[in-house]
Design a protein around this ligand. Sequence first.
Ligand code: ATP
Ligand code: MG
Length: 356
Amino acid sequence: MLDINFKNEEVLAPPIIGTSKSIERIRDLIDHTAGTGLNVLITGKSGVGKEIVAQNLYYKSERKNKPFIKVNCAALPEGLLESELFGFERGAFTGAERKKRGKFDLAHQGVIFLDEIGDMTLALQAKLLHVLQSGEFSPLGSEKEVRSDAWVIAATNQELEKKIKERLFREDLYYRLSTIKIHIPPLRNRPEDIPPLIDYFIEKYASQFNGKKISKPSRDAIEKLIEYNWPGNVRELQSLLQSSMVIGNWEAVVDDLYINDIPDVNSMSEQKGLDKALNVEILLDHIRQNSLTNESFSLKKIRKETMNIIDKKVISHVLNQTGWNRTKASKILKISYKALLYKISDLDIELPSSNR
Ligand SMILES: Nc1ncnc2c1ncn2[C@@H]1O[C@H](COP(=O)(O)OP(=O)(O)OP(=O)(O)O)[C@@H](O)[C@H]1O
Ligand SMILES: [Mg+2]
């Protein structure tokens, strides 16, 4: 768990790079929200930039000289998380030799960033709701209520609406947390952000390579990077750029990305059989009827959506065949284990209920 206690007034917000409409809207929303202290819920898949948005909210608010306390709600079991959040009195339980202040207390007048909020248990959700309603909480083993004026910013990569339907997340808590909602779309839905992000990361990491001359990717390599699916979003782009800068051969790194990413569907089916399986005519009908007048229509978009459908079907099939052995599945699919994990999360591939 990482606590960031920025106390330096000169520190600026880490820049949120991007020229897409979504990123521009998010920057506006941050500017409008930062002074309000209204609870914010940030959603989006892994690596899209939820934490950097939380940091920007903080730096742009008057609370920037007070603590920014991050709590990862997925990293600790329920009991430990409870004592992290609310603290405890000496002797509250065996081993509690000294009083410990909770994160809500430490974040008083600052920000408490509740990351991975979707993983919090229902019992703790009830306690959190109480803090949000009353602004008070009691440390474990204490009768007294402690006041906290912490600004609550929460984030999740899960679909909380779905969890609410499954009764795994409290609806009343959801509404409390999401007075302001900031959703960050996956990188593949905002390809115009890719070139400025590439420039930004190259400049940022160049300084780490002690003046070594860094070659920029060719036009062709940039085109390929724009076309790529980015299951790991900005974090994946960032680490790819770091490794490219070390290796110094953009073309090889970019080609590798494609080799590792695209499932070998051709070996699973003759082209004709694949056409049939895809129901190409139905797909074309759908395109003819619905999309031509739609402004967001583009070949690239259709291609990506279609690839996602194929990926999801092929990966689910292989996972079911291997009894959800992901190592085996990644070998059969000829993608890296990491790429498979990204795909499972990004495409929302779920373990069949009979296997849970
Ligand atoms: N728009 C952006 N501009 C600059 N850097 C970005 C942007 N989006 C993300 N990053 C960088 O990408 C990395 C991943 O972002 P971040 O940690 O905020 O993602 P996240 O949504 O919190 O991911 P996770 O769900 O896995 O925790 C960070 O190093 C962050 O600084
Ligand atoms: Mg995060």
